[in-house]
Design a protein around this ligand. Sequence first.
Ligand code: SF4
Length: 430
Amino acid sequence: MTAPMDARTPTIVQPRRSEDRALPLIDAPVAGQRDPRPGLSGLSTEALREWFAERRAPSFRAQQVADQLWSGRDVSFAEMRTLPAGLRAALDADFRSDTVAHTSVRPADEGLTEKALHVLDDRRTIESVLMRYPARGLRRERATICISSQAGCAVGCPFCATGELGFWRDLSTAEIVDQVRFWSRRLATDGRRVTNVVFMGMGEPLLNAEAVIEAAAAISDPQRFGLGARHITISTSGVVPGIEQLTAIAPQYTLAVSLHAARAGLRDVLVPLNRRWPAEQVVTAATRYAHATGRRVTYEYVMIAGINDTPADAAQTAELLRGRLAHVNLIPMNPVAHTPWQPSDAGRIGAFADVLRAAGLHTTVRRNRGTEIGAACGQLAAELAAQPTPAAVARRRQILVERSAVALRGADASSEAAAMIDAPAVVTSR
Ligand code: SF4
């Protein structure tokens, strides 16, 4: 049972566990079956050096291990032949060399898109996606991977399949970076490499900020994965403390904010976190990040026909972002079963973009990838789990129709429609 979310109350509600709507399981989890060993890739170089120092081994051993761990090859501890057998055995006793070893891949778009389903040690599943972009004109070939930061998600954006699955747990740093290592190894087989990493898979990254910030540091560390910080994007649906945490360290990552509506009543429906951190607060915090880093913030806007794509929505969005270091990315909604909604058509998206451009905002339209394999986050996991059930889909659709109708009338959806549904809880793992 989920408590109704009072958004503007600064209380963090306890994590909602999804016993009733659990993520897909390959087998039922068995108590005590979790592997207690953390993933080695989650350790900083410093922590790895300390581990060797405690065993009276020279510190260069740490770099030897890091080199092999991040080499782009699949290396078990037993195969780390530069280490003495005793140290290999000690590593194996204390750590796992890979936390996403059980992975299956589904291709789409004639091989340009691939989606991976990773099975974790507790049998929960998470997803990551590879999108290849061939060289075009002066643009070099790119390989962008979209990775997950949580198993499930508690934010509950209604257009998102992950939100419908509910929240299970945060991912560890190793579980996040091992998705990157997985794709790196796969791309290496045909001489390619990961060029961009986006934290836009399952979960709200800044509700797992500590692990996400550590993972991004590992990915951008020249002694580990070594991807330029400007090639990393951290997305958020508007967790203001998380944005402030990032601003304090001012990395060169791109910050992407899921805006989806400028008007409070409508954004309360589309991004329930808006009731805790309203759009104005989020945009103010994001603008501080932009000024601290000199990096333009990307505002993602999912275009839903007849819901948030009207001329009035375009004007309000332009007003909210005018004069800021902002780039707006319009994304036709990926249809998902539990909503009655459809993507806006090209004409509507074009008209929306024109309004934003007239306000001086840099605006692009994203092409959806991999729709035949359910590339939007959570779709594949939901399909494998046969969730949500048809009855849950029907109930959810009815609620969405009612809530969006309230919002479209201009009323405060949180007060008028909240009585109809238990709104998703704001969750923190801390
Ligand atoms: S869109 Fe992102 S934040 Fe919203 S429910 Fe889906 S995974 Fe969570």
